[in-house]
Design a protein around this ligand. Structure first.
Ligand SMILES: N[C@@H](CCC[C@H](N)C(=O)O)C(=O)O
Length: 261
């Protein structure tokens, strides 16, 4: 069978998009997803996203990591919104369903602003923060990310007894200046460093607010593939709760193609 796809990237986190709006039964096996994402023998990507029609909303986003596992992906969602916009599934603002529930988003040229779901608790693991921003994240502040080996560090945490069953995404973050951070991410499901992680950037921004006791959050975050912006509000009467969380950044169509699967 010939599969038509569109390749996207959002700050270097890259995805294979498949328009399934005319084929609600379409699915890919785990082995097919891994083969498509393979950077030597396939198209190459961190994940695959299937876009389906929704009865009431603008679309459904079905995200798969490169190993075929499912989760929510913030950068993938921003790219999916840009792709759905190019398919004319909505005008300026979108409402769509993903694995973690409903999301709102807006497109302005190549910048996509994505509303993330409320985060109402966090945990500490020694000095690291554990937050679920649609996918689970381990956030550790370090003095200088340039001196860190994120793959080695990430694998040690992700495959530790505590996390090996469910897996966790691991982020190392350096504070460059007030409200300006730099981060590295090791992603479960890709099992490697990625150039960016949207749910990770969101977790990092919330952890930063917890450390500095900030309530009005507006943070710029340098990732390997560019820059993301996270805005959020921390509730004065419930300080472990964050709402009105927005992940903002570029999403770019890279190429279109067809491949035999
Ligand atoms: N790159 C993503 C996160 C993708 C999901 C993650 N690998 C997991 O399995 O939890 C993002 O931009 O959020």
């Amino acid at each position: 069978m010939t599969l038509s796809f569109t390749k996207y990237q959002g700050t270097g986190n890259d995805f294979i998009m498949v328009d399934c709006t005319q084929n609600s039964e379409f699915q890919l096996a785990k082995e097919q997803i891994s083969a498509l994402c393979d950077r030597r023998f396939g198209i190459g990507a961190d994940g695959v996203i299937l876009i389906f029609k929704h009865e009431k909303l603008d679309f459904i986003m079905d995200y798969y990591n490169s190993d075929g596992s499912k989760s929510f992906c913030g950068n993938g969602a921003r790219c999916a919104v840009h792709f759905a916009h190019s398919l004319k599934l909505f005008n300026d603002t979108a409402q769509f369903e993903a694995i973690d529930g409903l999301h709102l988003a807006a497109v302005n040229q190549d910048i996509v602003s994505l509303k993330m779901n409320k985060v109402d608790h966090f945990e500490k693991d020694d000095t690291a923060f554990i937050l679920d921003t649609g996918s689970p994240h381990y956030v550790k502040f370090v003095a200088d990310v340039d001196h860190e080996n994120i793959v080695e560090y990430g694998q040690n945490i992700r495959y530790s007894n505590k996390y090996k069953k469910e897996g966790i995404n691991v982020n190392l973050v350096e504070v460059l200046e007030d409200n300006h951070l730099e981060m590295l991410t090791y992603e479960r499901g890709v099992e490697d460093e990625t150039f960016s992680c949207g749910t990770g950037a969101t977790a990092v921004a919330l952890a930063y607010a917890l450390v500095l006791d900030y309530y009005d959050i507006d943070v710029r975050i340098q990732v390997k593939g560019g820059e993301l912006n996270v805005k959020a509000e921390r509730m004065e009467d419930a300080p472990t709760t964050f709402d009105s969380i927005f992940l903002i950044g570029p999403a770019e169509k890279v190429f279109v193609g067809q491949i035999e699967i």
